[in-house]
Write a protein that binds this ligand. Sequence first.
Ligand SMILES: N=c1c2ncn([C@@H]3O[C@H](COP(=O)(O)OP(=O)(O)OP(=O)(O)O)[C@@H](O)[C@H]3O)c2ncn1[C@@H]1O[C@H](COP(=O)(O)O)[C@@H](O)[C@H]1O
Length: 97
Amino acid sequence: MRDWTILEEVWQVIQDRAEHPSAESYVSSVLTHRKGIDKSLEKVGEEAVEFILAAKNQVPERTVSEAADLLFHLLVALRASGTDVGDVLDELAARRK
Ligand SMILES: N=c1c2ncn([C@@H]3O[C@H](COP(=O)(O)OP(=O)(O)OP(=O)(O)O)[C@@H](O)[C@H]3O)c2ncn1[C@@H]1O[C@H](COP(=O)(O)O)[C@@H](O)[C@H]1O
C-alpha cells in the first residue's frame, strides 16, 4: 500500500505556518489574508473546478496536478476553519462497513 505520510507532513507544516507566520510563506499569506477564511475557501472552489475540468477532459498529468492542489488547499481551509484533520480521518474510519 502507498505511503500517505506526505499528507500528514504537509498538515504539520500548515500548523507550523499558522503558529509562526512568515512573510515568505504562501500558507501564511492565505491564513492571514485580508479576506479571512474566504481566501482559502475560494482556493478550494477554484482548485475543485480545475480538477473537474482536467478529469472530465481526460488530461492525466493535469488531473494529478490539480488533485494535489485541491488536497493542499483543502488542508489549508481545514486549518482556517479550525477543523482538525484528525476528526476528518475519524469520520472516514467510522463510515467503514
Ligand atoms: N503544496 C503546496 C502548494 N501548492 C501550491 N502552492 C502555491 O500556491 C500558490 C497559488 O498558485 P495559483 O496559481 O493557484 O494562484 P495565484 O493566482 O498565483 O495565487 P492566489 O490565488 O493563491 O493568490 C502558488 O504560489 C504555489 O506556489 C503551494 N504552496 C505550498 N505547498 C506546501 O506547503 C508547504 C509550505 O509552503 P510555504 O507556506 O510557502 O512555506 C510547502 O512546503 C508545500 O509542501
